[in-house]
Design a protein around this ligand. Structure first.
Ligand SMILES: Nc1ncnc2c1ncn2[C@@H]1O[C@H](COP(=O)(O)OP(=O)(O)O)[C@@H](O)[C@H]1O
Ligand SMILES: [Mg+2]
Length: 503
């Protein structure tokens, strides 16, 4: 909470069922509050539509000022506010803030968002005692590029990427993209509206200062993202595009960061900061190849960095976190429409494969572990109980993760076999490199995954000595991070108790 002024709702005020705790931030179009939902005992961020030039606060309600057109402008703005909420609701990505609902009250509209505990990237940068390292920038850029790629796959541009619109989550250091207030569906672009947008000097691409919205594209967000990286490295907001057009005095990243950051990374930032749109990368994937190591590989999931009081702590990665834009299998079961191709862009899906011999499955084959178990000839059929998992025999399962996709090999006689099976499966399905073991199960041990029902991109998994233990532990870990979660998937080392997952 940064400040309190008379035009904001004061702490203790109730809006619907949410009690205001304070103000998180304020822009020309709205005020974002920290609120508490007493029934759920949970904090949220509540964004109030409050176009300060058009309205004044009266009690808790708002009223139009006497300015001409204020009511029609207000209606237009309100529609834009709803557009923002609807747009956000389309995306399910662990690095894009989740919207829960939008509603009207107090003669205004409110958007309920998941509260991201942490600080904005701007504040985070300000709190560092030295410029961020290459590794830190990679950890921020990688998941954000994946988030932006999903946005762009919807033919939508964010148009307001800046260090103020990215939160660094305190619990795990994941960057979360906020504030889609300026974003536009390509088809909805209306040139007359463009000038009404509020641009952040230094981060907006030059084409955003013209009324020709036809020139917007992925390269517009790429400019803003590069400007954000430039600010991170230089410690200063970049020179505004319009003044660069008159005389370009922006110091190239290649000069500012020489020796401290990868040459290729610096070059990629400078490429993305070219003034003519056509000179910049055309797509996130084109840019990523230069910006990030590992080039064309799908973006890794959000890694875990925690900032505490200005000190940078690089924690060992959390067990895992996921970015799963769609519950629908995106791969390897074929792409059959826009929603699956969006998911495929992120390269992220939850994929559970159990049993022996599944490596050869064809894309159209529905996995049936029992069938495979039988075919392998070493196990019982019948949903999981296994001869090899008796009192005197071993029974192993290994769970591997990459980019939010989960691969499991269970019902194996040794840990090594289970591990190599799961690793091979992962490598085969989503490419080598980056597959890592997140859980090892022996005998009757089980694994469970709990997810946020409205946003299955947010999940946590855990193993346990019993199915119940695993479920409880996954639910608790998930709820500690995200609030209410439900168990979405389970299985045990012996192949039993398999629920959920994508075949
Ligand atoms: N979900 C959220 N969790 C935590 N803080 C938030 C959240 N949404 C917004 N904020 C804070 O409020 C500020 C303003 O929100 P934002 O969505 O960027 O609106 P605008 O810039 O249009 O006023 C952000 O910079 C951030 O500090
Ligand atoms: Mg903002």
């Amino acid at each position: 909470m940064t400040y309190q002024d008379p035009s904001t709702l004061s702490p203790g005020t109730k809006v619907d069922q949410y009690v205001i705790s304070g103000v998180l931030g304020r822009g020309g179009f709205g005020i974002t509050y920290l609120v508490h939902d007493e029934s759920l005992q949970k904090d949220f961020a509540l964004k109030e539509f409050f176009p300060e030039d058009l309205v004044v606060r009266e009690g808790t309600s708002i009223r139009f000022t006497a300015k001409p057109h204020s009511e029609s402008d207000y209606r237009w703005g309100l529609k834009k506010f709803y557009d923002e909420a609807r747009l956000l609701a389309q995306f399910s990505h662990s690095n894009i803030v989740s919207v829960r609902r939008v509603f009207e009250e107090n003669n205004s509209a409110y958007m309920l968002l998941d509260f991201v505990r942490g600080s904005t990237l701007e504040k985070w940068l300000q709190g560092l005692d030295s410029p961020p390292t290459q590794e830190e920038l990679d950890l921020i850029a990688t998941p954000l590029l994946s988030a932006l790629e999903l946005v762009h796959a919807n033919r939508t541009w964010h148009l307001d990427i800046s260090p103020d619109n990215v939160m660094i989550r305190a619990t795990d250091g994941a960057p979360i993209l906020l504030d889609f207030g300026a974003s536009r569906f390509e088809i909805k672009q209306h040139s007359q509206l463009v000038s009404a947008l509020v641009f952040k000097s230094g981060y907006s691409a030059p084409e955003q200062y013209t009324s020709n919205a036809d020139r917007y594209g992925p390269w517009t967000d790429i400019y803003a993202f590069a400007a954000t990286l430039h600010r991170a490295m230089s410690g200063q907001r970049p020179i505004e595009a319009t003044s660069r057009q008159l005389s370009d005095e922006l110091r190239p990243a290649a000069v500012i960061g020489k020796g401290r950051y990868r040459d290729k990374f610096l070059k990629a930032v400078d490429w993305a900061l070219k003034l003519p749109p056509q000179d910049r990368p055309r797509s996130i994937s084109e840019w990523r190849k230069e910006l990030l190591q590992g080039g064309a590989a799908p973006a890794p999931m959000a890694r875990t960095r925690v900032l505490t009081g200005g000190t940078r702590v690089l924690e060992s990665p959390l067990p895992f976190s996921s970015a799963r834009p769609s519950a629908k299998p995106a791969w390897p079961f074929g792409l059959d429409g826009p929603s699956t191709s969006i998911a495929a862009v992120g390269g992220l899906c939850l994929l559970l494969i159990v049993g022996v011999g599944v490596d050869q499955f064809a894309p159209d084959l529905r996995l049936n572990p029992v069938t495979y178990v039988k075919a392998a000839g070493r196990y019982f059929a019948g949903g999981g109980s296994s001869a090899l998992c008796g009192a005197n025999t071993a029974c192993w399962g290994v769970v591997v993760e990459k980019n939010g996709g989960v691969f499991a090999r269970v019902n194996e006689p040794s840990k090594e076999e289970a591990e190599s099976g799961a690793m091979n499966l992962c490598a085969q399905k989503v490419g080598p490199g980056g597959c890592r073991v997140i859980s090892v199960l022996s005998k009757k041990e089980c694994w469970a995954l709990a997810e946020v029902p409205s946003n299955p991109a947010d999940w946590r998994g855990a193993n346990g000595a019993t199915l119940e233990d695993a479920k409880t532990s996954a639910k608790t870990t998930c709820e500690t991070n995200y609030g209410f979660c439900r168990v979405g998937m389970t299985f045990c080392a012996d192949g039993s108790s398999r629920v959920g997952g994508t075949d």
